[in-house]
Design a protein around this ligand. Sequence first.
Ligand SMILES: [Fe+2]
Length: 436
Amino acid sequence: QSIMMNLKYVSTLVLIVLALSTMIATAKNNELTPMSIKLALTQDVTQMRITWNTRAHGSSPLVLYDTQPFNTSNFVRLPQLEANTEHIYQALGGGWNEYVNTALLTGLTASTTYYYSVGEKDELFFSDVFNFTTAATDFNADVTPFSIVVYGDMGIWGGSQQNIQRITERVDDFSFAFHLGDIAYADLTSGSKDLGNETVWNEFLDMVNPITSHIPYMVCPGNHDIFLVDFDIYRHTFQMPCPVSDAWYSFDYNGIHFLSYSTEHLVTDLSPQHNWIENDLKNYRKKNPDGWVVVIGHRPFYCSTVWDYCNKDTYKGMSMIDSLEHVFYMYNVDLYITGHAHAYERTLPMLKGKAEYGTYDAPRATVHMVIGTGGNQEGPDGGWDEPAPAWSVGERLLDTGYGIFDFTNSTHLHYSFVNATTNEVRDEFWLTKGNW
Ligand SMILES: [Fe+2]
């Protein structure tokens, strides 16, 4: 009987030890659970950047990837790439405590679907398997057709949840997303203006994870993304194709040139950002005088909601129009797409406040668009200047929704704006390429 008692005792002990080790392993795995898995384009079509956050410092972060779907339990046979882990969030202070893991996949084949999982090799701990598809080409006078989804000013409350759900339902329609700044509104909770709110930031990243893990999520900074210091969290979270210290970059995708800049940093003559924008556009135009050029930023030059900045555009008292509009004109920028106004609006081809540069059929100046309709908690803007300025064409809308740009070929693009509640297309147009 005493042997039986001992056996019982030993087996209970074994069970307790097993349970404890499982708990410890689970706790560690929880700390290493990949959060906010994101794709970002680089300037090279054969690359993809993958980032994710963890609560703890993993000893062996890595990406598994293949051109076939796979089971992570077969991980030893799969192509693998070690990731770099930065403890940047803690280094930044402000109570944020996360690690950013980043890996740059190189040597990828064009127009190919890759399956991937991120995780920890030492712990044999991996995420679900996601997939993305690479671009057809980076620099090419001939456009390979593709579509992108575009919106700004989103956050976690208001209509954003509905909007994200609608975009997620059709995410396969889009080659990548552009979020036009004012990402999560993580500066609006009590006491978070300067330091940001990590919980809100992460909740937003969780909400968009079905998008960010499947198509590249390209961004520009907005005035609600400044925390901790000079957009540190924003810059390290999204890892755009520029030095992590910068907030402006360009890339080519299937024959279209995209330039994303920061309206939240100086753009005056001789400022570093102004010089960079001018050089980037000049260099592109030397290679491709007739290609489409799309500029992305947070603050509009032209809008007609009731806010002051629609009548007098300024950043820290200095006009962005005065600094940049003539540069956009000189290098034939076809579209300037922004948010900031919580509304939807577009203009005729514009220069110096005048709409005397033709129509959408081969315009002779830049067309401006505002798509600040992500659905944030501040709600839509309070109304419109009346009567509508002559340069404001199409529908002026206060809907929550998203824009879709279909880049058709070297002479035509199609645009539509979709209301996220009704799924209705509320505005659309064709733009033919203008060369001036
Ligand atoms: Fe804004």
